[in-house]
Design a protein around this ligand. Structure first.
Ligand SMILES: Nc1nc2c(ncn2[C@@H]2O[C@H](COP(=O)(O)OP(=O)(O)OP(=O)(O)O)[C@@H](O)[C@H]2O)c(=O)[nH]1
Ligand SMILES: [Mg+2]
Length: 147
Protein backbone atom coordinates (compact mmCIF):
# COMPACT_ATOMS: atom_id res chain seq x y z
CA UNK A 1 0.00 0.00 0.00
CA UNK A 2 2.79 2.40 0.89
CA UNK A 3 4.56 1.41 -2.32
CA UNK A 4 1.48 2.38 -4.35
CA UNK A 5 1.19 5.64 -2.51
CA UNK A 6 4.90 6.34 -3.00
CA UNK A 7 4.62 5.69 -6.74
CA UNK A 8 1.59 7.95 -7.07
CA UNK A 9 3.27 10.74 -5.09
CA UNK A 10 6.39 10.41 -7.22
CA UNK A 11 4.29 10.81 -10.36
CA UNK A 12 2.46 13.84 -8.98
CA UNK A 13 5.64 15.50 -7.73
CA UNK A 14 7.64 14.85 -10.87
CA UNK A 15 5.06 16.70 -12.94
CA UNK A 16 4.97 19.56 -10.40
CA UNK A 17 8.76 19.71 -10.29
CA UNK A 18 9.03 19.90 -14.06
CA UNK A 19 7.05 23.11 -14.13
CA UNK A 20 9.31 26.19 -13.91
CA UNK A 21 6.50 28.05 -12.21
CA UNK A 22 3.19 27.02 -10.73
CA UNK A 23 -0.14 28.73 -10.96
CA UNK A 24 -3.14 28.17 -8.75
CA UNK A 25 -4.72 25.78 -11.24
CA UNK A 26 -1.65 23.55 -11.29
CA UNK A 27 -1.50 23.54 -7.50
CA UNK A 28 -5.18 22.66 -7.29
CA UNK A 29 -4.73 19.85 -9.78
CA UNK A 30 -1.73 18.52 -7.83
CA UNK A 31 -3.70 18.67 -4.59
CA UNK A 32 -6.67 16.87 -6.17
CA UNK A 33 -4.29 14.11 -7.27
CA UNK A 34 -2.75 13.89 -3.79
CA UNK A 35 -6.22 13.66 -2.26
CA UNK A 36 -7.12 10.89 -4.71
CA UNK A 37 -3.88 8.99 -3.92
CA UNK A 38 -4.58 9.21 -0.18
CA UNK A 39 -8.14 7.92 -0.64
CA UNK A 40 -6.92 5.03 -2.80
CA UNK A 41 -4.47 4.18 0.00
CA UNK A 42 -7.46 3.73 2.35
CA UNK A 43 -7.02 7.05 4.14
CA UNK A 44 -10.41 8.19 5.42
CA UNK A 45 -12.18 10.97 3.55
CA UNK A 46 -12.14 13.30 6.57
CA UNK A 47 -8.38 12.82 7.08
CA UNK A 48 -7.65 13.32 3.37
CA UNK A 49 -9.79 16.50 3.26
CA UNK A 50 -8.19 17.81 6.44
CA UNK A 51 -4.73 17.07 5.03
CA UNK A 52 -5.45 19.03 1.85
CA UNK A 53 -7.00 21.92 3.77
CA UNK A 54 -3.81 22.24 5.85
CA UNK A 55 -1.43 21.96 2.92
CA UNK A 56 -3.27 24.21 0.48
CA UNK A 57 -2.96 27.58 2.28
CA UNK A 58 0.71 26.86 2.98
CA UNK A 59 1.37 26.34 -0.71
CA UNK A 60 -0.74 29.21 -1.97
CA UNK A 61 -0.07 31.61 0.89
CA UNK A 62 3.66 32.00 1.14
CA UNK A 63 4.60 33.14 -2.33
CA UNK A 64 5.63 29.53 -2.89
CA UNK A 65 4.22 29.35 -6.35
CA UNK A 66 6.36 32.31 -7.41
CA UNK A 67 9.58 30.98 -5.86
CA UNK A 68 12.48 29.70 -7.95
CA UNK A 69 11.72 26.00 -7.43
CA UNK A 70 8.03 25.82 -6.51
CA UNK A 71 7.81 22.05 -7.05
CA UNK A 72 10.47 21.40 -4.38
CA UNK A 73 8.69 23.69 -1.94
CA UNK A 74 5.43 21.82 -2.52
CA UNK A 75 7.21 18.51 -1.87
CA UNK A 76 8.62 19.85 1.39
CA UNK A 77 5.27 21.17 2.60
CA UNK A 78 3.49 17.90 1.75
CA UNK A 79 6.29 15.89 3.36
CA UNK A 80 6.18 17.90 6.59
CA UNK A 81 2.42 17.58 6.79
CA UNK A 82 2.59 13.81 6.18
CA UNK A 83 5.13 13.46 8.99
CA UNK A 84 2.85 15.42 11.29
CA UNK A 85 -0.16 13.27 10.21
CA UNK A 86 1.63 9.95 10.76
CA UNK A 87 3.30 11.02 13.99
CA UNK A 88 6.70 12.66 14.44
CA UNK A 89 8.20 9.97 16.62
CA UNK A 90 8.17 6.19 16.70
CA UNK A 91 6.03 4.76 19.44
CA UNK A 92 6.59 1.16 20.45
CA UNK A 93 3.65 -1.24 20.45
CA UNK A 94 2.16 -1.29 23.93
CA UNK A 95 2.06 -4.92 25.05
CA UNK A 96 1.55 -4.02 28.66
CA UNK A 97 -1.52 -6.19 29.30
CA UNK A 98 -2.48 -9.58 30.61
CA UNK A 99 -1.83 -12.14 27.87
CA UNK A 100 -3.19 -13.11 25.44
CA UNK A 101 -2.95 -9.60 23.99
CA UNK A 102 -5.27 -9.35 20.97
CA UNK A 103 -4.31 -7.27 17.96
CA UNK A 104 -6.56 -6.71 15.00
CA UNK A 105 -5.46 -5.61 11.56
CA UNK A 106 -8.13 -3.98 9.44
CA UNK A 107 -7.94 -2.71 5.89
CA UNK A 108 -9.27 -2.97 2.38
CA UNK A 109 -9.33 -6.34 0.65
CA UNK A 110 -5.94 -7.32 -0.67
CA UNK A 111 -4.20 -4.40 1.02
CA UNK A 112 -1.68 -6.64 2.80
CA UNK A 113 -3.26 -7.40 6.20
CA UNK A 114 -2.29 -11.07 6.30
CA UNK A 115 1.24 -10.37 5.06
CA UNK A 116 1.68 -7.56 7.57
CA UNK A 117 0.31 -9.76 10.35
CA UNK A 118 2.94 -12.38 9.60
CA UNK A 119 5.68 -9.72 9.50
CA UNK A 120 4.44 -8.31 12.79
CA UNK A 121 4.33 -11.80 14.31
CA UNK A 122 7.92 -12.44 13.27
CA UNK A 123 9.00 -9.07 14.64
CA UNK A 124 7.32 -9.66 18.01
CA UNK A 125 8.69 -13.18 18.24
CA UNK A 126 12.23 -12.14 17.43
CA UNK A 127 12.51 -8.78 19.15
CA UNK A 128 10.04 -9.02 22.02
CA UNK A 129 10.35 -12.75 22.64
CA UNK A 130 6.57 -13.21 22.43
CA UNK A 131 4.61 -16.32 21.58
CA UNK A 132 2.33 -15.60 18.67
CA UNK A 133 -0.96 -17.11 17.56
CA UNK A 134 -2.25 -15.94 14.22
CA UNK A 135 -5.91 -16.48 13.37
CA UNK A 136 -8.16 -15.49 10.51
CA UNK A 137 -11.29 -13.75 11.68
CA UNK A 138 -12.97 -12.40 8.61
CA UNK A 139 -16.45 -11.17 9.38
CA UNK A 140 -17.34 -11.86 5.77
CA UNK A 141 -15.33 -13.52 3.08
CA UNK A 142 -16.76 -13.58 -0.41
CA UNK A 143 -15.34 -16.40 -2.47
CA UNK A 144 -15.48 -16.14 -6.21
CA UNK A 145 -17.45 -19.09 -7.57
CA UNK A 146 -15.70 -20.96 -10.33
CA UNK A 147 -18.01 -21.64 -13.28
N1 LIG B 1 4.72 -5.26 -3.09
C1 LIG B 1 4.14 -5.61 -1.95
N2 LIG B 1 3.18 -6.53 -1.99
C2 LIG B 1 2.61 -6.88 -0.85
C3 LIG B 1 2.95 -6.28 0.41
N3 LIG B 1 2.18 -6.83 1.38
C4 LIG B 1 1.40 -7.73 0.74
N4 LIG B 1 1.65 -7.76 -0.57
C5 LIG B 1 1.01 -8.61 -1.60
O1 LIG B 1 -0.32 -8.17 -1.76
C6 LIG B 1 -1.21 -9.26 -1.96
C7 LIG B 1 -2.30 -9.26 -0.91
O2 LIG B 1 -1.70 -9.43 0.38
P1 LIG B 1 -2.50 -10.08 1.59
O3 LIG B 1 -1.58 -10.04 2.78
O4 LIG B 1 -3.07 -11.39 1.22
O5 LIG B 1 -3.65 -9.01 1.78
P2 LIG B 1 -4.95 -9.11 2.71
O6 LIG B 1 -5.27 -7.70 3.11
O7 LIG B 1 -4.76 -10.11 3.80
O8 LIG B 1 -6.01 -9.64 1.66
P3 LIG B 1 -7.49 -10.19 1.97
O9 LIG B 1 -7.44 -11.03 3.21
O10 LIG B 1 -7.84 -10.99 0.74
O11 LIG B 1 -8.36 -8.98 2.12
C8 LIG B 1 -0.32 -10.52 -1.93
O12 LIG B 1 -0.02 -10.86 -3.25
C9 LIG B 1 0.90 -10.07 -1.18
O13 LIG B 1 2.04 -10.80 -1.55
C10 LIG B 1 3.98 -5.28 0.42
O14 LIG B 1 4.34 -4.72 1.45
N5 LIG B 1 4.54 -4.99 -0.79
MG1 LIG C 1 -5.93 -11.77 4.34
Amino acid sequence: MFENLTNKFEEIFSSLKKAPSLDENQVNEGLANIRQALLEADVSLDVAKDFISKVKPKILGKEIIRSTSPGDMVVKIVHDELVSLLGESNTDINLNAVPPVPMMLVGLQGSGKTTTTAKLAKYLEKNKKKKIMMVSLDVYRYLQKSS
